[in-house]
Design a protein around this ligand. Structure first.
Ligand code: NAD
Ligand code: UFG
Length: 360
């Protein structure tokens, strides 16, 4: 058996989709997660979809002794470090909790990797590290700087990793700067299951479509964009997951530390998203224009050229795919993972019965 890939935070939204793509690509994986923002059900479903089993450990990645057990038990060849707290608003209310969790978990992981001689790492960074600037299309060499504690944790961890790679010539590190991940696996079996009231656009669109959020606020229509609403680079989570598979292949052959954008390179406005969602799913949304949300940049999208050149990767799915797959996940699992896998099986059965009837 080849060496395994350790996924910290592998039960989360992006981690679970990446776990599935890695298994399908023939990698062996092991997951470490404390379920602070996820459910073990996500990984049960990854097992069901891939018909493959893999070890999962419920640990806090900040606990070095618990991590070391995993490294001793399994032959780890590379790590993808997803684990972290990620809500921007919450990070402004609880900065210490964010710095403690995101930095501690990274430091204990790095110490453990160094002690065990594991030197390949993919880190979940974010487009949020780009300093607010007039430049809308982000290339990796643009200046960085943040405006909230969550962003600063990503910025600091990037710096820590550059410093480590500079003195450890055998290390290979990819700082993947994600733009705006949305959508779900096309099976509708795994997806984003936010706890509490979601802040991001797509989960709020889903809530509005279900009638749980009576009015969806569009935050500002007086930005200098094609329709006045903010422009972002939305990327299908399955495309994003495949970017991690490509990054692992790249790390096998290259040393050093590289920041790489994972985005489509195309910016869509808030109204583009709402229109696409309504069209792709045949549902209507109830929204109104509200005031600007503090801290929002008018437009931000990736230059995906470096990912294409280094990883041979580019996003393939359309905005309609993102909207359709997000809605399918929501319809098949009205309460997210709490719905239980039976709800998903039932939705599958209903869909195939409907298809049979249409064909007859
Ligand atoms: P998520 O919350 O769904 O996944 C993170 C996972 O890490 C969760 O399963 C959580 O339980 C786990 N975790 C957190 N702290 C931990 C700890 N100390 N020990 C063990 N497990 C821990 O988030 P996601 O959307 O899948 O994001 C994954 C990574 O990508 C995060 O680092 C996030 O900051 C980053 N990122 C996400 C986005 C986005 O919009 N979703 C954008 C840019 C970057
Ligand atoms: N928006 C609305 N109404 C809503 C929610 C959002 O109009 O109810 C708008 C926002 O104003 C913004 C756009 O939709 O213009 C996207 O907002 P999100 O909150 O979904 O995403 P952001 O681009 O603000 O932030 C995301 C992640 C951050 C990450 C950042 C990096 O949430 O974690 O991308 O680019 F840091």
């Amino acid at each position: 058996m080849g060496k395994m890939v350790l996924l910290t935070g592998g039960a989360g939204y992006i981690g679970s989709h990446t776990c599935l793509e890695l298994l399908n690509a023939g990698f062996d994986v092991v997951v470490a997660d404390n379920y602070s923002n996820s459910s073990p059900e996500a990984l049960r479903r990854v097992r069901a979809l891939t018909c493959r089993n893999f070890p999962v450990y419920e640990i806090d990645v900040s606990c070095r002794a618990a991590l070391e057990e995993i490294f001793k038990k399994h032959e780890i060849g590379a790590v993808i470090h997803f684990a972290g707290l990620k809500a921007v608003g919450e990070s402004m209310e609880k900065p210490l909790a964010y710095y403690r969790n995101n930095l501690d978990s990274t430091l204990s992981l790095l110490e453990c990797m160094k002690a065990q001689g594991v030197n390949k790492l993919v880190f979940s960074s974010s487009a949020t590290v780009y300093a607010d600037s007039e430049v809308e299309k982000k290339t990796e060499d643009l200046p960085t700087g943040c405006i909230n504690p969550y962003g600063w944790t990503k910025y600091m961890i990037e710096q820590i990793l550059r410093d480590v790679a500079a003195v450890e010539p055998d290390w290979s590190v990819a700082l993947l700067r994600y733009f705006n991940p949305v959508g779900a696996h096309e099976s509708g079996c795994i997806g984003e299951d936010p706890s509490g009231i979601p802040n991001n656009l797509m989960p709020r669109v889903l809530q509005n479509a279900r009638g749980l959020l009576p009015v969806l606020g569009v935050f500002g229509d007086d930005y200098p964009t094609h329709d006045g609403t903010c422009v972002r680079d939305y990327i299908h989570v399955v495309d994003l997951a495949k970017g991690h598979v490509a990054a692992l292949e790249y790390l096998k052959k290259h040393r050093g530390c590289e920041a790489i954008n994972l985005g489509t390179g195309v910016g869509y406005s808030v109204l583009d998203i709402l229109n696409s969602f309504e069209r792709a799913n045949g549902v209507s949304l109830n929204y109104e224009i509200q005031g600007r949300r503090p801290g929002d940049a008018a437009a931000c999208y990736a230059d995906p050229g470096k990912a294409a050149a280094l990883l041979g990767w580019k996003a393939e799915k359309s905005l309609d795919d993102m909207c359709r797959d997000a809605w399918r996940w929501q319809c098949y699992n009205p309460e997210g993972y709490a719905s239980g896998i039976e709800a998903w099986y039932k939705a599958q059965d209903t869909e195939s019965e409907e298809k049979d009837l249409e064909e007859k």
